[in-house]
Design a protein around this ligand. Structure first.
Ligand code: AMP
Ligand code: DBH
Length: 528
């Protein structure tokens, strides 16, 4: 490869040999996977997004065109490209285009903004950013420019839809050089991101071999086949929706992916009925909303066979209501972008399904449960979960400090989760060890938010902690020590803006701010 800063993920040779021998790593790549599916079921539907319906053959055509177009920009195999797309059809030609071009996607979530994207761009040394023009009321184009201003290596801004100044339309990319040969299946296919248990998201290099194994085995556990219809209700770029078995597992099985623009019961239920969705995955708060809405819905949900719930702890009382209210099997999923994924199996007794977070995918997923001193806990006692296996990373990308903290010398990943191992091999998640808030499955690093608060001149010190929330699971709460300003001087109102009106010499125009505020009061009779 051209780049000497290429992300790598290496297992000791004896383990790698074992994973190949046992058939976990089959030497498949993402590019080959799509080509093989297009050859085997070219005329079957692969992706549905509203009125857009692409077969496997069409998807491959579009992905090959995107691959050529991306290379024609001068990008070289091995270069990183941040992909920040919502649940729209173009995600698939974009991601498979990157794979076919030998470029490495860095997956950002639609909710990420400047601080996360600048960090990802710099850390991955990304050369391009692919985004939507707008989605759910947010315009991504000013964000792209703001990120580019802070990440000098980010040369190309590619937009699905209407490009802004200095940007290219994804649809206008023109065929370029011939595509490179299929990459080494043990090379890194992309950089996934962690929820960020300390500071900003960490980059997680996943190889073709290891990730395809997790998708393929997950699809088997979930009984996916060409007749399966998976609804991507959560963001497709999230590791859960991507791989457990998610959109890649579904495509690997030759099934159909239906994209849900937002996970509200109204939108999701209508799609389940219209497309005959058989399986989908949500976080616990959404499962609660769906169960609340299901008895009153006019949509026929009878096609839905499996509801996966994961990303955060699903309490047994709620879990027990899934089958009675939605008429389908619950599957609890406890996973992490770093690797290890646990599932309750579809045919396990209801008691196991509602009260545990499942068991690992692979017979070669090694699990340790240790006390604070690093010794194994007594059977069934809670302890720190550590793991190692054929699809769990051995290192983050370019982060020696995090690597020293997160991995033992013999390559076990410290998950940061406190779990109990039950007699049948199932895990029960007790909580997190670190300063980490799990807000409806979105992980928030206390440290990251504290740093933002501390950047404010009026803040002397800050501590962010979780508080229990009946709906979100956990909510974040900031304790802030101010700089000792008299109470009466604290602003009565705070208005968040993206920029200030300025005077002719470029000073902040207080006159204009006052006028804006007056206009708002007059129009609405209340503060904005
Ligand atoms: P991330 O690092 O963003 O990939 O988030 C992975 C973390 O999410 C895990 O280490 C757990 O803390 C949490 N998590 C995922 N699934 C579950 C679940 N089913 N129950 C409890 N916690 C979960
Ligand atoms: O929360 C997660 O990161 C997660 C949950 C379920 C995950 O990465 C996964 C399944 O693969």
């Amino acid at each position: 490869m051209q780049n000497n800063d290429m992300p790598r993920q290496l297992w000791p040779e004896e383990l790698a040999a074992r994973y190949r021998e046992k058939g976990y790593w089959q030497g498949e790549t993402f590019g080959r996977m799509l080509r093989d599916r297009a050859a085997a079921h070219g005329s079957r539907l692969a992706v549905v997004d509203g009125d857009t319906r692409w077969t496997y053959a069409e998807l491959l055509d579009r992905a090959e065109a995107a691959a050529g177009g991306l290379l024609s920009l001068g990008l070289q195999p091995g270069d990183r490209v941040i992909l920040q797309l919502p649940n729209i059809a173009a995600f698939f030609p974009a991601v498979f285009g990157l794979f076919l071009a030998g470029l490495l996607p860095v997956f950002a979530l639609p909710a990420h903004r400047q601080s996360e994207l600048i960090h990802l761009a710099r850390k991955a040394r990304a050369k391009a950013l692919v985004q939507a023009d707008r989605h759910e009321g947010f315009d991504y184009r000013p964000l792209a420019l703001a990120v580019q201003a802070e990440a000098p290596e980010l040369r190309h801004l590619v937009v699905v839809g209407e490009p802004g100044p200095g940007m290219l339309a994804f649809g206008d990319l023109r065929p370029g050089p011939a595509l490179p040969p299929d990459p080494d299946p043990q090379s890194v296919a992309f950089l996934q991101i962690s929820g960020g248990s300390t500071g900003l998201p960490k980059l997680i290099p996943r190889t073709h071999d290891d990730y395809i194994y997790s998708c393929r085995a997950s699809a088997e556990i979930c009984g996916l086949g060409p007749e399966s219809v998976f609804l991507a209700a959560l963001p497709v770029a999230h590791n859960f929706t991507m791989s457990s078995p998610g959109v890649f597992g579904t495509l690997h099985a030759g099934g159909r992916v239906v994209l849900c623009p937002n996970p509200s019961p109204e939108t999701a239920f209508a799609l389940i009925a219209r497309e005959g969705v058989t399986i989908t995955g949500v976080v616990p708060p959404l499962a609660l909303l769906w169960m609340q809405a299901a008895p009153k819905t006019r949509h026929d949900l009878s096609s839905l066979k499996v509801l996966q719930v994961g990303g955060a702890k699903f309490i047994p009382e709620a879990a027990a209501r899934v089958r009675p209210t939605l008429g389908c099997t619950l599957q609890q999923v406890f996973g992490m972008a770093e690797g290890l994924v646990n599932y309750t199996r579809l045919d396990e007794p209801e008691g196991i399904i509602v009260s545990t977070q499942g068991r690992p995918i692979s017979p070669d997923d090694e699990i340790l449960i240790l006390d604070d001193a690093g010794n194994p806990v007594a059977e069934g006692e809670p302890g720190h979960l550590l793991t190692r296996g054929p699809y769990t990373i051995r290192a983050y990308h370019d982060d020696p400090a995090a690597n020293a903290r997160s991995f033992t010398e013999d390559g076990f990943y410290r998950t940061g989760d406190i779990v109990r191992l039950l007699p049948g091999g199932h895990l029960s998640v007790q909580g997190r060890a670190g300063d980490h808030i799990n807000r409806a499955g979105e992980k928030i690093s206390a440290e990251e938010i504290e740093d933002h608060l501390l950047a404010h001149p009026a803040v002397f010190d800050a501590a962010v902690v979780s508080i229990p929330d009946p709906f979100l699971g956990e909510r974040s709460c900031a304790f802030v020590r101010s700089r000792g300003l008299a109470e009466f001087k604290v602003p009565d109102e705070v208005v968040f803006v993206t920029g200030f009106a300025t005077t002719a010499v470029g000073k902040v125009s207080r006159n204009q701010l006052r006028a804006d505020l007056r206009a708002r009061y007059l129009n609405e009779g209340k503060p904005a």
